[in-house]
Design a protein around this ligand. Structure first.
Ligand SMILES: CC(C)(COP(=O)(O)OP(=O)(O)OC[C@H]1O[C@@H](n2cnc3c(N)ncnc32)[C@H](O)[C@@H]1OP(=O)(O)O)[C@@H](O)C(=O)NCCC(=O)NCCS
Length: 151
C-alpha cells in the first residue's frame, strides 16, 4: 500500500537517491543535506513523500515565497510509475499551498523531458509561451546529476 506524508530530513538520503535515479536536476549546494534542510525549515509543511513498505518511492519538493508556490524535484521511482502516485503528491502539495494562502504555483521542466511535460499538462499546469525563463547564479554551483548535458 502506498502511504503519503510530509517530507522531513529523515527522508533525505532516500529522496536524494531517487532524484539521482529519476534524472532531476541537482547541484552541489541546493541539494546537499544543508541545502535541503534549509529548504524544509523554511517550508515545513508543503513537501511530501510517498512510501511503500517504508521505502520512499516518490517525492515532491514544494514551497513558496509568500506569493507564489514553486514545485521542484517531483519524482516517482520507475517501478511505481503510472499508478497515480505523482498525481497524489501534486494534489497534497497544492492543498498544502492553498492552506498557506498561496494563489498560484509554478515550476520549470526541461523541454526535452517529454514524460515530465505530459505529466504536468495532465496536472493542469499550462505552458507560458509569452515568458522567457531567466536566472542568475549568486554563488558557484556544480551540477551533480550524472546525465546532465549543458545545452
Ligand atoms: C513525471 C513523474 C513524476 C510522473 O509520476 P507518475 O506517478 O508516474 O504519474 P501519475 O501516475 O500520477 O500520472 C498521472 C498522469 O500524468 C500523465 N503522465 C504521467 N507520466 C507520463 C508519461 N511518461 N507520458 C505521458 N503522460 C504521462 C498521464 O496522463 C497520467 O495519467 P494516466 O496514467 O491515467 O494516463 C514520473 O514519471 C517521474 O518521476 N519522472 C522522472 C522525473 C521527472 O521528470 N519529474 C518531473 C520533473 S519536471
Amino acid at each position: 500500500m502506498i502511504e503519503y506524508r510530509i517530507m522531513t530530513m529523515d527522508d533525505y538520503s532516500e529522496a536524494y537517491d531517487l532524484w539521482i535515479i529519476c534524472g532531476n536536476g541537482l547541484n552541489d549546494k541546493d541539494d546537499s543535506p544543508e541545502g535541503i534542510e534549509k529548504y524544509l525549515k523554511r517550508n515545513p509543511s508543503t513537501s511530501f513523500v510517498a512510501t511503500c513498505d517504508g521505502k520512499v518511492v516518490g517525492v515532491i519538493l514544494c514551497g513558496h515565497d509568500g506569493r507564489r508556490g514553486i514545485i521542484q524535484h517531483a519524482c516517482v521511482s520507475p517501478d511505481y510509475r503510472r499508478l497515480g502516485i505523482g498525481n497524489k503528491l501534486v494534489e497534497l502539495a497544492l492543498e498544502a499551498l492553498k492552506k498557506e494562502g498561496i494563489n498560484k504555483v509554478l515550476l520549470v521542466a526541461f523541454k526535452k523531458n517529454e514524460g515530465g511535460n505530459a505529466f504536468w499538462e495532465a496536472q493542469g499546469f499550462t505552458l507560458r509561451e509569452d515568458l522567457n525563463y531567466r536566472n542568475k547564479a549568486l554563488t558557484e554551483m556544480v551540477r551533480i546529476d550524472p546525465d546532465y548535458v549543458k545545452e
